[in-house]
Design a protein around this ligand. Sequence first.
Ligand SMILES: NC(=O)c1ccc[n+]([C@@H]2O[C@H](COP(=O)([O-])OP(=O)(O)OC[C@H]3O[C@@H](n4cnc5c(N)ncnc54)[C@H](O)[C@@H]3O)[C@@H](O)[C@H]2O)c1
Ligand SMILES: OCCc1c[nH]c2ccccc12
Length: 319
Amino acid sequence: MSSATSASKPDASGTTPKQLQDIPHLKLSDGNEIPMIGYGLGTANFKRGNKEGLDEKIINDTVTAIKNGYYHLDCAEAYGNEAEVGVAIARAGVPRDKLFITTKTSCNPGDTIEAALSRSLAKLGLDYVDLYLIHSPYWASSPAELQRRWAEMEAQRDAGRARSIGVSNYLREHLEAVFAAAPRHPPVVNQIEYHPYLQHDPDGGGGLLAYLREKGIAVEAYSPLTAVRRAAPGPVDPVYDRLAKKYGVTAGEVALRWCLDQGIVAVTTSSSEERLKQWMTRLPTFKLTPEEVEEIAEKGREKHYRGFWTNKFAEDDRR
Ligand SMILES: NC(=O)c1ccc[n+]([C@@H]2O[C@H](COP(=O)([O-])OP(=O)(O)OC[C@H]3O[C@@H](n4cnc5c(N)ncnc54)[C@H](O)[C@@H]3O)[C@@H](O)[C@H]2O)c1
Ligand SMILES: OCCc1c[nH]c2ccccc12
């Protein structure tokens, strides 16, 4: 099973806040380590339309995030901004081995994983990614297709072009299909929407979290701030507010800590430098007790909300 560590990544660039040393890392079942706060490029910063040329705002926001210690970047070919991220990585000047870069393949019909990863690496200006994910299982029409694609993912890990490989938005049934083929390199991560109003096991997910634990698959939570924003107001508000007051932080920081304190990586985002700084400096300074984690979970189970992979994506609420 993957486990949280406080392993630090000492930095040589001089741009890193001291607090980065305290951002926890999670040990994945393949032995690699992932920073438990990720900066997402898929909501506030995805590229709208088929715009030609580089979007300077995306580049600048990403440089700002990296310079504030967000060394784990969550990209995808579908976000249309890997070239901007590549420029930002080069401009930020942080050594490659200090960064943790994830991207995702859409598994478009007629495409191969090898070709998709080659395109992503070229845009990112990298020769490997730290984590390569299959963005969703919804392109597949049979278990055999999921198995064939997974074998292609394994080949990329063997080739050293993806240090770790995983999936996103997979339900238990999709993972069972992958495991039925006895993979040589099982998925080490499932990136899923996760917050108090979508805890999966009571959501028809068929014991997804328990299954992930059993298989040693780490959870990455995307949209961890849903209960303080898209789905607010709701039953967790008074608990978030009480704990925010207790720890001298914002409700958003309590929401992020709720993931970390369950050993779950939080993939969040913001284009506000002030907020990014606040998260990076304050998140390592407090911890929820197991009772507080459970209190939020219990209140969260009173409401259901899913923002992504419904028939309609969450409203565009870029901030
Ligand atoms: N794999 C997938 O299918 C998938 C789906 C959705 C998102 N993602 C990834 O996860 C990342 C994060 O997703 P998200 O944006 O939904 O995460 P999130 O829930 O953390 O929301 C982040 C947003 O909340 C805003 N915000 C932060 N603090 C706030 C506050 N106190 N009050 C109000 N608003 C506040 C931010 O400015 C930002 O726009 C994406 O960029 C993407 O990389 C992946
Ligand atoms: O991963 C976030 C959801 C998503 C899937 N495909 C996209 C394309 C653009 C922006 C977001 C998404």
